[in-house]
Design a protein around this ligand. Structure first.
Ligand SMILES: Cc1cc2nc3c(=O)[nH]c(=O)nc-3n(C[C@H](O)[C@H](O)[C@H](O)COP(=O)(O)OP(=O)(O)OC[C@H]3O[C@@H](n4cnc5c(N)ncnc54)[C@H](O)[C@@H]3O)c2cc1C
Length: 385
């Protein structure tokens, strides 16, 4: 399907696809097996000016938007979902600065992220506060011109590898959802350390670690927005980045469809390629239809964001929900088309199936996306009355 991308957008997509094919494909199996962070590949992205696609030119970026970022994330994830999320999670850490940072904060932090010299990360989740972020226990107490942070964030993508962290902590528990504040915390700040790298089912090369804060002093000038705006920072950020998870999911699904189609033409059973069996053809047709529908939703939600729409929560949730469910379904069907070989590590579809699962869980589970979509629908009806 032709999405009538601009010449620049096609260039971004082609460049990401080229890097994925030439640099990621040859090492993806090893990275997955060893759970090794893809630093060499991140350096290639940096050298190719890919890290600041969504960052304005005045802060050293490419000056594109959510769509350019999604196009790149999709192409990288088509080859490896782990590298895809490593690339995308830096934007998750940087978008809060882009949306809520002061001019000084933007000038200080965005150029290095745009240049790929530094990665960013986003710390919201805790052991007892996943979907219910309001249950967070990490605190930040104001002391003069500093805040002192105590607590632990769990499962933070790029944790330990990133230099720049956006962290949400409670500054006034009594105020509930208005009692959280967002901070920029630099790696190396005394009292800020990391847990061990988690051993995961999929996206294994990506780094997932705890962020541990023990009397960690952060200057008051590192507050993003204002004290009490932490949940707004977090929710507005996720609205902007969820299409990126949708793009990761579309990429993984497309990669699995590519593999299934190729295999179905090579594998001969009953004297014919299995692609000549209508049962297989119909599976391929359904997979292609689902992938294209997911892609259309992801691009549409990205364009809505880039056009400056105010309330994007429902559209972003729809894209993330649909694309991630498609990724799980299509990768599972790809394994089915490859039969027993699909279950073996010699073929990439078992990794794709493992990688797909997380897209239904992070940046808000798909149950939470459904809650958001339903809330959005009800809000629309009420506002029309
Ligand atoms: C690999 C990985 C990387 C991650 N990266 C980051 C990161 O970079 N930054 C970050 O802050 N977090 C990150 N996370 C955390 C992730 O966003 C959370 O895991 C996710 O939000 C769900 O929280 P939970 O795992 O605690 O599940 P829970 O909230 O405990 O949910 C358990 C189950 O209950 C369901 N449920 C909960 N509440 C409701 C409800 N109200 N209605 C219906 N169903 C509900 C959920 O859908 C789920 O099925 C990451 C997680 C993983 C696994």
């Amino acid at each position: 399907m032709d999405y009538f991308l601009s010449e620049e957008q096609k260039m971004v997509k082609d460049l990401a696809a080229k890097i994925a094919e030439e640099k990621v494909k040859p090492v993806r199996e090893e990275l997955d097996e060893k759970g090794e962070f893809p630093w060499d590949i991140m350096k290639v992205f940096a050298e190719s000016d890919m890290c600041g696609l969504y960052i304005p030119e005045q802060y050293g970026g490419f000056g594109g938007g959510t769509l350019e970022f999604c196009l790149a994330t999709e192409e990288i994830s088509r080859v490896c979902g782990g590298v895809g999320v490593t690339f995308a999670a830096s934007a998750l850490g940087a978008v809060p600065i882009l949306l809520f940072g002061s001019e000084e904060q933007k000038k200080k932090y965005l150029p290095d992220i745009a240049a790929g010299k530094k990665l960013a990360a986003f710390g919201l989740t805790e052991a007892n506060a996943g979907s219910d972020a309001g249950g967070m226990e990490t605190t930040a107490k104001k002391q003069g011109d500093h805040y002192v942070i105590n607590g632990t964030k769990q499962w933070i993508t790029n944790g330990g590898e990133a230099e720049t962290y956006t962290v949400i902590a409670m500054t006034d528990k009594k105020k509930g959802s208005r009692g959280a504040t967002a901070f920029i915390v630099e790696k190396g700040t005394p009292g800020f350390s990391f847990g061990k790298k988690e051993n995961k089912m999929g996206i294994r090369c990506s780094a997932t670690r705890e962020l541990v804060f023990q009397d960690c002093k952060v200057p008051a000038s590192n507050v993003l927005g204002k004290e009490g705006m932490g949940f707004i920072v977090a929710m507005k950020t996720l609205d902007r980045t969820r299409p990126g998870i949708g793009a990761q999911a579309v990429g993984i699904a497309q990669g699995a469809l590519d593999e299934a189609l190729k295999y179905s033409r090579e594998r001969v059973q009953f004297g014919k390629p299995i692609s000549t069996f209508q049962a297989i053809q119909h599976m391929l047709a359904d997979m292609a239809t689902q992938v294209e529908a997911a892609r259309a939703l992801v691009y549409a939600s990205a364009k809505t964001i880039d056009a400056g729409a105010k309330d994007i929560t429902k559209d972003a949730a729809i894209a993330k929900l649909f694309a991630s469910d498609v990724a799980m379904k299509v990768t599972t069907d790809a394994v089915q088309i490859l039969g027993g070989y699909g279950y073996m590590k010699e073929y990439p579809v078992e990794k794709m199936m493992r990688d797909a699962k997380i897209t239904q869980i992070y940046e808000g589970t798909n149950q939470i996306q459904r809650n958001q979509i339903a809330l959005g629908l009800i809000k629309e009806v009420v506002s029309k009355k």
